[in-house]
Design a protein. Structure first.
Length: 338
Protein backbone atom coordinates (compact mmCIF):
# COMPACT_ATOMS: atom_id res chain seq x y z
CA UNK A 1 0.00 0.00 0.00
CA UNK A 2 1.15 3.48 -0.79
CA UNK A 3 2.01 5.61 2.23
CA UNK A 4 0.31 9.01 2.41
CA UNK A 5 2.52 11.87 1.31
CA UNK A 6 2.70 15.15 3.23
CA UNK A 7 0.79 18.11 1.84
CA UNK A 8 2.76 21.37 1.77
CA UNK A 9 -0.29 23.62 1.52
CA UNK A 10 -4.10 23.31 1.36
CA UNK A 11 -5.39 22.28 -2.02
CA UNK A 12 -6.77 25.10 -4.15
CA UNK A 13 -9.47 24.84 -6.81
CA UNK A 14 -6.94 24.23 -9.57
CA UNK A 15 -5.38 21.41 -7.56
CA UNK A 16 -8.79 19.78 -7.10
CA UNK A 17 -9.48 20.07 -10.82
CA UNK A 18 -6.23 18.22 -11.47
CA UNK A 19 -7.02 15.61 -8.81
CA UNK A 20 -10.41 14.74 -10.28
CA UNK A 21 -8.93 14.61 -13.79
CA UNK A 22 -6.71 11.66 -12.81
CA UNK A 23 -7.61 8.02 -13.53
CA UNK A 24 -10.07 6.74 -10.92
CA UNK A 25 -7.56 4.64 -8.97
CA UNK A 26 -5.20 7.61 -8.66
CA UNK A 27 -8.02 9.96 -7.68
CA UNK A 28 -9.18 7.68 -4.87
CA UNK A 29 -5.63 7.25 -3.60
CA UNK A 30 -5.08 11.01 -3.70
CA UNK A 31 -8.37 11.62 -1.87
CA UNK A 32 -7.43 9.12 0.82
CA UNK A 33 -3.99 10.70 1.18
CA UNK A 34 -5.60 14.11 1.56
CA UNK A 35 -7.96 12.78 4.22
CA UNK A 36 -4.97 11.41 6.14
CA UNK A 37 -3.28 14.80 6.04
CA UNK A 38 -6.41 16.49 7.36
CA UNK A 39 -7.31 14.06 10.12
CA UNK A 40 -4.01 12.66 11.45
CA UNK A 41 -2.64 15.80 13.23
CA UNK A 42 -2.90 15.83 17.01
CA UNK A 43 -6.05 16.88 18.83
CA UNK A 44 -6.58 18.54 22.19
CA UNK A 45 -8.62 16.33 24.50
CA UNK A 46 -10.59 19.24 25.97
CA UNK A 47 -11.81 20.52 22.57
CA UNK A 48 -11.67 17.35 20.48
CA UNK A 49 -15.36 17.64 19.56
CA UNK A 50 -14.89 21.15 18.14
CA UNK A 51 -11.65 20.26 16.32
CA UNK A 52 -13.04 17.12 14.70
CA UNK A 53 -16.15 19.08 13.66
CA UNK A 54 -13.95 21.70 11.98
CA UNK A 55 -12.09 18.94 10.13
CA UNK A 56 -15.37 17.36 9.14
CA UNK A 57 -16.67 20.66 7.73
CA UNK A 58 -13.45 21.08 5.75
CA UNK A 59 -14.33 17.87 3.85
CA UNK A 60 -17.61 19.31 2.60
CA UNK A 61 -16.01 20.68 -0.57
CA UNK A 62 -14.64 17.26 -1.57
CA UNK A 63 -17.94 15.56 -0.75
CA UNK A 64 -19.85 18.14 -2.77
CA UNK A 65 -17.67 17.51 -5.80
CA UNK A 66 -18.14 13.75 -5.40
CA UNK A 67 -21.90 14.21 -5.25
CA UNK A 68 -21.93 16.77 -8.07
CA UNK A 69 -19.60 16.93 -11.05
CA UNK A 70 -17.59 13.81 -10.10
CA UNK A 71 -20.42 11.53 -8.94
CA UNK A 72 -19.42 8.82 -11.45
CA UNK A 73 -16.33 8.08 -9.35
CA UNK A 74 -18.60 6.23 -6.93
CA UNK A 75 -19.49 3.83 -9.74
CA UNK A 76 -15.78 2.99 -10.03
CA UNK A 77 -15.08 2.89 -6.30
CA UNK A 78 -15.22 -0.87 -5.73
CA UNK A 79 -12.84 -1.62 -8.61
CA UNK A 80 -10.35 1.22 -8.06
CA UNK A 81 -10.24 2.47 -4.44
CA UNK A 82 -7.79 1.03 -1.85
CA UNK A 83 -10.22 -1.14 0.13
CA UNK A 84 -9.74 -2.31 3.70
CA UNK A 85 -10.66 -5.93 3.02
CA UNK A 86 -7.97 -6.21 0.35
CA UNK A 87 -5.34 -4.56 2.57
CA UNK A 88 -6.14 -7.02 5.39
CA UNK A 89 -5.91 -10.02 3.07
CA UNK A 90 -2.54 -8.77 1.83
CA UNK A 91 -1.30 -8.29 5.39
CA UNK A 92 -2.40 -11.80 6.33
CA UNK A 93 -0.83 -13.40 3.27
CA UNK A 94 2.51 -11.64 3.69
CA UNK A 95 3.13 -12.81 7.29
CA UNK A 96 3.43 -16.50 8.02
CA UNK A 97 3.06 -16.33 11.82
CA UNK A 98 2.57 -13.79 14.56
CA UNK A 99 -0.21 -11.53 13.23
CA UNK A 100 -3.36 -10.00 14.62
CA UNK A 101 -6.20 -7.80 13.35
CA UNK A 102 -8.37 -5.61 15.57
CA UNK A 103 -11.53 -4.30 13.89
CA UNK A 104 -13.16 -1.45 15.81
CA UNK A 105 -16.72 -1.21 14.51
CA UNK A 106 -17.39 2.21 12.89
CA UNK A 107 -14.05 3.73 13.90
CA UNK A 108 -13.59 6.80 11.70
CA UNK A 109 -10.71 9.07 10.77
CA UNK A 110 -11.85 11.48 13.49
CA UNK A 111 -10.47 9.06 16.10
CA UNK A 112 -7.19 8.46 14.25
CA UNK A 113 -5.03 11.01 16.15
CA UNK A 114 -5.53 9.25 19.48
CA UNK A 115 -4.25 5.96 18.08
CA UNK A 116 -1.18 7.61 16.57
CA UNK A 117 -0.40 9.70 19.65
CA UNK A 118 -0.84 6.90 22.15
CA UNK A 119 1.05 4.34 20.05
CA UNK A 120 4.00 6.70 19.88
CA UNK A 121 3.90 7.55 23.59
CA UNK A 122 3.62 3.90 24.60
CA UNK A 123 6.58 2.72 22.56
CA UNK A 124 5.00 1.07 19.54
CA UNK A 125 6.62 1.02 16.12
CA UNK A 126 4.32 2.08 13.26
CA UNK A 127 4.91 0.11 10.07
CA UNK A 128 2.00 1.23 7.89
CA UNK A 129 -0.37 4.10 8.46
CA UNK A 130 -2.86 5.07 5.79
CA UNK A 131 -6.51 5.36 4.82
CA UNK A 132 -8.45 2.48 3.32
CA UNK A 133 -12.06 2.14 2.18
CA UNK A 134 -15.13 0.27 3.42
CA UNK A 135 -17.44 -1.89 1.38
CA UNK A 136 -20.54 -0.63 -0.42
CA UNK A 137 -22.78 -0.29 1.43
CA UNK A 138 -20.63 0.81 4.36
CA UNK A 139 -22.08 -1.53 6.94
CA UNK A 140 -21.01 -4.40 9.20
CA UNK A 141 -22.32 -7.41 7.29
CA UNK A 142 -20.93 -6.49 3.84
CA UNK A 143 -17.49 -6.07 5.43
CA UNK A 144 -17.73 -9.42 7.22
CA UNK A 145 -18.70 -11.05 3.92
CA UNK A 146 -15.81 -9.35 2.13
CA UNK A 147 -13.49 -11.02 4.65
CA UNK A 148 -15.18 -14.37 4.04
CA UNK A 149 -16.97 -14.69 7.40
CA UNK A 150 -20.61 -14.17 6.45
CA UNK A 151 -21.43 -11.93 9.40
CA UNK A 152 -19.73 -10.42 12.45
CA UNK A 153 -21.27 -12.90 14.88
CA UNK A 154 -19.64 -15.74 12.93
CA UNK A 155 -16.32 -14.80 14.54
CA UNK A 156 -17.54 -15.43 18.11
CA UNK A 157 -15.83 -18.12 20.19
CA UNK A 158 -13.35 -19.03 17.45
CA UNK A 159 -16.11 -20.09 15.06
CA UNK A 160 -14.85 -17.86 12.22
CA UNK A 161 -13.72 -19.72 9.12
CA UNK A 162 -12.44 -17.88 6.05
CA UNK A 163 -10.24 -19.18 3.25
CA UNK A 164 -8.51 -15.78 3.17
CA UNK A 165 -7.55 -15.92 6.86
CA UNK A 166 -6.43 -19.49 7.33
CA UNK A 167 -5.37 -20.34 10.88
CA UNK A 168 -7.04 -17.34 12.50
CA UNK A 169 -8.35 -17.55 16.04
CA UNK A 170 -11.45 -15.34 15.91
CA UNK A 171 -13.70 -13.60 18.42
CA UNK A 172 -16.05 -10.65 18.75
CA UNK A 173 -17.24 -8.78 21.83
CA UNK A 174 -18.73 -5.63 23.28
CA UNK A 175 -17.20 -6.15 26.71
CA UNK A 176 -15.03 -3.39 28.22
CA UNK A 177 -11.53 -3.54 26.77
CA UNK A 178 -10.12 -4.56 30.16
CA UNK A 179 -12.30 -7.69 30.08
CA UNK A 180 -11.39 -8.52 26.48
CA UNK A 181 -7.82 -9.40 27.47
CA UNK A 182 -9.05 -12.68 28.93
CA UNK A 183 -10.56 -13.61 25.56
CA UNK A 184 -7.17 -13.55 23.80
CA UNK A 185 -5.69 -17.02 23.74
CA UNK A 186 -2.07 -18.04 23.21
CA UNK A 187 -2.64 -18.36 19.47
CA UNK A 188 -0.16 -16.97 16.94
CA UNK A 189 -2.79 -15.51 14.59
CA UNK A 190 -5.86 -13.62 15.82
CA UNK A 191 -8.78 -11.61 14.40
CA UNK A 192 -10.81 -9.73 17.02
CA UNK A 193 -13.85 -7.59 16.18
CA UNK A 194 -14.95 -5.15 18.89
CA UNK A 195 -18.34 -3.44 18.64
CA UNK A 196 -17.17 -0.06 19.95
CA UNK A 197 -17.74 2.74 18.90
CA UNK A 198 -20.75 1.60 16.86
CA UNK A 199 -22.34 0.18 20.02
CA UNK A 200 -22.48 3.70 21.47
CA UNK A 201 -23.33 5.52 18.27
CA UNK A 202 -26.86 4.17 18.01
CA UNK A 203 -27.66 5.61 21.45
CA UNK A 204 -26.33 9.06 20.49
CA UNK A 205 -28.91 10.13 17.93
CA UNK A 206 -29.52 13.61 19.34
CA UNK A 207 -27.85 16.72 18.00
CA UNK A 208 -25.08 16.56 20.64
CA UNK A 209 -24.26 12.92 19.94
CA UNK A 210 -21.03 13.79 18.18
CA UNK A 211 -19.79 15.64 21.26
CA UNK A 212 -20.46 12.63 23.46
CA UNK A 213 -18.79 10.29 20.99
CA UNK A 214 -15.72 12.54 20.72
CA UNK A 215 -15.35 12.48 24.51
CA UNK A 216 -15.85 8.72 24.57
CA UNK A 217 -13.10 8.33 21.96
CA UNK A 218 -10.67 10.24 24.18
CA UNK A 219 -11.62 8.18 27.23
CA UNK A 220 -11.43 4.85 25.43
CA UNK A 221 -8.47 5.24 23.09
CA UNK A 222 -6.24 6.99 25.65
CA UNK A 223 -7.03 4.59 28.47
CA UNK A 224 -4.64 2.10 30.03
CA UNK A 225 -7.37 -0.55 29.66
CA UNK A 226 -7.45 -0.17 25.88
CA UNK A 227 -3.67 -0.18 25.53
CA UNK A 228 -3.29 -3.13 27.86
CA UNK A 229 -5.60 -4.97 25.49
CA UNK A 230 -3.48 -3.79 22.55
CA UNK A 231 -0.36 -5.02 24.35
CA UNK A 232 -1.93 -8.46 24.74
CA UNK A 233 -2.86 -8.59 21.06
CA UNK A 234 0.54 -7.37 19.87
CA UNK A 235 2.75 -9.54 22.10
CA UNK A 236 4.57 -11.74 19.62
CA UNK A 237 2.35 -10.47 16.82
CA UNK A 238 2.27 -7.69 14.22
CA UNK A 239 -1.07 -5.93 14.75
CA UNK A 240 -3.37 -4.04 12.39
CA UNK A 241 -6.02 -1.73 13.84
CA UNK A 242 -8.77 -0.75 11.42
CA UNK A 243 -12.56 -0.55 10.99
CA UNK A 244 -15.36 -2.03 8.93
CA UNK A 245 -16.70 1.45 8.02
CA UNK A 246 -16.76 5.02 9.29
CA UNK A 247 -19.73 7.24 10.00
CA UNK A 248 -21.30 10.51 8.96
CA UNK A 249 -21.80 13.40 11.35
CA UNK A 250 -25.09 14.02 9.60
CA UNK A 251 -26.00 16.75 12.06
CA UNK A 252 -23.75 18.93 9.90
CA UNK A 253 -25.58 18.05 6.69
CA UNK A 254 -28.05 20.51 5.16
CA UNK A 255 -31.71 19.49 4.87
CA UNK A 256 -33.06 18.73 1.41
CA UNK A 257 -35.62 21.51 1.02
CA UNK A 258 -37.26 20.49 -2.26
CA UNK A 259 -40.48 18.76 -1.20
CA UNK A 260 -40.52 16.16 -3.96
CA UNK A 261 -36.90 15.24 -3.29
CA UNK A 262 -37.29 15.05 0.49
CA UNK A 263 -40.42 12.90 0.14
CA UNK A 264 -38.56 10.56 -2.20
CA UNK A 265 -35.67 10.20 0.27
CA UNK A 266 -37.99 9.73 3.24
CA UNK A 267 -40.06 7.14 1.38
CA UNK A 268 -37.07 5.15 0.10
CA UNK A 269 -34.63 5.43 3.00
CA UNK A 270 -36.70 6.33 6.10
CA UNK A 271 -33.85 7.55 8.37
CA UNK A 272 -31.18 5.38 6.72
CA UNK A 273 -28.57 5.82 4.01
CA UNK A 274 -28.85 2.69 1.84
CA UNK A 275 -31.51 0.27 0.68
CA UNK A 276 -31.42 -2.89 -1.48
CA UNK A 277 -33.12 -2.60 -4.85
CA UNK A 278 -34.17 -5.00 -7.61
CA UNK A 279 -32.58 -5.24 -11.03
CA UNK A 280 -35.64 -3.55 -12.51
CA UNK A 281 -35.37 -0.49 -10.24
CA UNK A 282 -33.98 2.62 -11.89
CA UNK A 283 -32.44 5.68 -10.23
CA UNK A 284 -34.52 8.84 -10.06
CA UNK A 285 -32.66 11.38 -12.17
CA UNK A 286 -32.20 14.71 -10.48
CA UNK A 287 -29.39 17.09 -11.41
CA UNK A 288 -27.18 16.85 -9.47
CA UNK A 289 -28.17 13.29 -8.46
CA UNK A 290 -29.46 12.65 -4.93
CA UNK A 291 -28.70 8.94 -4.91
CA UNK A 292 -26.73 6.27 -6.73
CA UNK A 293 -27.68 2.72 -7.63
CA UNK A 294 -24.53 0.62 -7.42
CA UNK A 295 -24.02 -3.02 -8.34
CA UNK A 296 -21.50 -4.05 -5.69
CA UNK A 297 -20.26 -7.54 -4.90
CA UNK A 298 -22.77 -7.47 -2.03
CA UNK A 299 -25.79 -6.83 -4.20
CA UNK A 300 -27.62 -3.98 -5.88
CA UNK A 301 -28.17 -0.97 -3.62
CA UNK A 302 -29.49 2.54 -3.84
CA UNK A 303 -27.42 4.84 -1.63
CA UNK A 304 -27.75 8.44 -0.54
CA UNK A 305 -25.12 10.52 -2.28
CA UNK A 306 -23.11 13.10 -0.36
CA UNK A 307 -24.04 15.35 2.54
CA UNK A 308 -27.81 15.25 2.58
CA UNK A 309 -30.43 14.68 5.23
CA UNK A 310 -34.18 15.19 5.41
CA UNK A 311 -36.93 15.46 7.96
CA UNK A 312 -38.13 12.03 9.05
CA UNK A 313 -40.37 10.65 11.74
CA UNK A 314 -38.47 10.52 15.01
CA UNK A 315 -35.77 12.81 13.60
CA UNK A 316 -32.86 12.05 11.33
CA UNK A 317 -29.96 10.62 13.40
CA UNK A 318 -26.98 12.91 13.95
CA UNK A 319 -24.57 9.97 13.58
CA UNK A 320 -25.17 7.41 10.83
CA UNK A 321 -23.48 5.35 8.12
CA UNK A 322 -24.10 3.38 4.96
CA UNK A 323 -24.25 6.16 2.38
CA UNK A 324 -21.76 7.66 -0.04
CA UNK A 325 -19.75 10.33 1.73
CA UNK A 326 -16.03 10.27 2.44
CA UNK A 327 -16.12 9.83 6.21
CA UNK A 328 -18.64 7.00 5.97
CA UNK A 329 -16.31 5.11 3.65
CA UNK A 330 -12.75 6.06 4.69
CA UNK A 331 -11.20 4.42 7.76
CA UNK A 332 -7.79 4.27 9.45
CA UNK A 333 -5.42 1.39 8.71
CA UNK A 334 -2.55 1.21 11.20
CA UNK A 335 0.01 -1.61 11.39
CA UNK A 336 2.14 -1.65 14.53
CA UNK A 337 4.27 -3.76 16.82
CA UNK A 338 5.99 -3.49 20.18
Amino acid sequence: MQEPQPEKAPMETNDLDQLFALPANQTWQALFNLLWQRFSPELRADIADAQTTDRDRACAKLDNILSGSAWELWQQYEATAPRTCLALKQFWAERSQGKAILILDALSLRELPWLLEQASQRGYALHKQCVTGAEIPGDTTPFAKALGFGQRSSLANNKGNSSDFVGAFTDTSNLPFADCKALIKAEPNIIFWHEWPDSEMHDLADENGYRKLAKSAVNQLCSDDFWSFIETLSTGRRLVITADHGYAHSGLFPDVTNREQSEYLKSNFKSGRATPVDASDKPHYWVPPLTQIIESQHGRYELVLGRRKWKSQGGYPSLTHGGLSLLEIAVPFIELSR
